[in-house]
Design a binder for this molecule. Structure first.
Ligand SMILES: C[S@@+](CC[C@H](N)C(=O)[O-])C[C@H]1O[C@@H](n2cnc3c(N)ncnc32)[C@H](O)[C@@H]1O
Length: 241
């Protein structure tokens, strides 16, 4: 799968970063006058308890987010294992961004399965649609509202969200909507930067594993912190009873 993934990703028009970890600051806070200055992300955070943020220039993010060197610490194959994906499943990537995880999910569900790339930003959806051939034939991009995964109830086997949960406002209520979107036995896998990770979102915006587990339990999941080997992340898995 790794070789196929590398080939697929190579079709994208990114430039490899010399230092991918340094450049994985997802929220461009290292850029002078960056996004926070233009959309008031910190104010939104204060109001909603979430780090709401606009991502409007996918090609800029794709250089960092789709850098193949990211696999060393994001460990997508391990994530696929934690998701417990089986061929033929329908899985969704909430906050798919520039599609880093999509080739891995596409290969895991196989030709009988389907991958929904969900994102709130028109620009991200357009980027994914333009690059569909690089992700896999079973990938579909879906624009969703900020307060819902926007899919049919009981339609998903798995939903993963990577470096995105801290952007979601009203996380407990949102988790309940994910529960509704999943089939019985379905899994909701939340991947977030740890509080002490040297890379990632601004530290004051991060959510720790206990907080994520509490969100998922409030939404009706059986939730637990997963054992994994990613150096910069924690993973919380919610199971729908
Ligand atoms: C930091 S990026 C992560 C992208 C990708 N998951 C990755 O790890 O490379 C966060 C993404 O989530 C999207 N997003 C933020 N809030 C969202 C929401 N409420 N619903 C769906 N997507 C959202 C943003 O547009 C952006 O593409």
């Amino acid at each position: 799968m790794k070789a196929a993934t590398a080939l697929a990703l190579a079709a994208l028009t990114w430039t490899a970063c010399a230092s991918p970890e340094k450049n994985m600051t997802d929220d461009v806070t290292t850029e002078a006058g960056g996004a926070h200055a233009t959309h008031g992300g910190h104010a939104d955070h204060a109001e909603h308890g979430a780090h709401e943020h606009r991502f409007v220039d996918p090609s800029k993010y794709a250089e960092r987010w789709n850098d193949p060197a990211r696999d060393e610490w994001q460990k997508p194959a391990e994530l696929v294992g934690l998701m417990g994906i089986e061929p033929g499943m329908t899985v969704a990537d909430l906050g798919a961004g520039t599609g880093y995880m999509l080739p891995h999910l596409s290969a895991a569900v196989g030709p009988e399965g389907e991958v929904l790339a969900l994102d709130v930003e028109d620009a991200m959806i357009a980027y994914i649609e333009e690059n569909l051939a690089a992700y896999g034939p079973n990938v579909r991009a879906v624009k969703v509202p900020s307060d819902s995964p926007g899919v049919e109830p009981g339609s998903l086997d798995r939903l993963v969200t990577i470096n995105t949960w801290h952007h979601v406002a009203g996380r407990e209520a949102y988790a309940a909507k994910v529960l509704e979107a999943l089939k019985p036995g379905g899994r909701f896998v939340v991947v977030e930067f740890t509080l002490d990770s040297p890379i990632g979102a601004p530290k004051e915006m991060r959510v720790d594993s206990a907080s994520v587990a509490a969100d998922l339990k409030a939404g009706g999941f059986d939730a637990s912190v997963a054992e994994e080997t990613m150096p910069n992340h924690h993973v919380v898995i919610g199971v729908k009873r």
